[in-house]
Design a protein around this ligand. Structure first.
Ligand code: GAR
Length: 199
């Protein structure tokens, strides 16, 4: 199994995935990193690890679907079997989701269905929630919605700042995502409606 990571930012999740591939905690092959931002640090991390990268610039496309079709062409060129979104700050078109149905994983820094969207850690912190966490889920046509693969809580302590909370959430992400990727690539996740059964 070969997978691609799609990412827009810093790439700490990519880094954790690269380590897990190197140490064989993930037995699938990381074949490509795709970004929509040519200056994203995630690209530097990928290149340092010797992983092919490609940048697809959204400004060159009139619609989300046209952009996604260009990304899919890259995925096909690199013979990618499944996709891992790691801080990919774009909503996938229904066309993309259909093309890789049940084969796209996403990580979200909150306990879905709470605090969906692009600023989940800050939203939970500002809301005064006592508990947040991390969710790894399959991607479906709705945003931050697909069946949940792994989910773990993080307690928000009274003395937390946004920074300390972010750091605990990222630490948990770096543990959960490689685990979910390995489970998926071994064919151990069976989807029954919204429920995932571990085989
Ligand atoms: C991660 O916290 C990830 O959960 C979040 O972006 C961050 C990327 O960090 N994704 C979302 O908020 C998606 N809605 P990274 O670039 O260091 O891996």
């Amino acid at each position: 199994m070969r997978f691609a990571v799609l990412a827009s930012g810093n790439g700490t999740n990519l880094q954790a995935i690269i380590s897990a591939v190197k140490s064989k905690k993930i037995k699938a092959q990381l074949g490509l990193v795709v970004s929509d931002k040519k200056k994203a640090y995630v690209l530097t991390r990928a290149l340092k690890a010797g992983i092919p990268v490609t940048v697809v610039d959204p400004k060159k496309f009139k619609t989300r679907e046209a952009f996604d079709k260009a990304v899919i062409r890259e995925l096909k060129d690199f013979k990618i079997d499944f996709i891992v979104l790691a801080g990919y700050m774009r909503i996938l078109s229904p066309y993309f989701v259909k093309a890789y149905k049940g084969k796209i994983l996403n990580i979200h820094p909150a306990l879905l269905p709470s605090f969906k969207g692009a600023h989940a850690i800050k939203d939970a912190f500002d809301y005064g929630a006592k508990l947040t966490g991390v969710t790894v889920h399959f991607v479906d046509e709705k945003v931050d919605h697909g069946p949940i693969i792994l989910q773990e809580p993080v307690i928000i302590r009274p003395q937390d700042t946004l920074k300390t909370l972010e750091s605990r959430i990222h630490k948990l992400e770096h543990k959960l995502y490689p685990k979910a990727i390995q489970l998926f690539s071994q064919g151990r996740l069976k989807i029954f409606g919204r429920k995932i059964i571990l085989r």
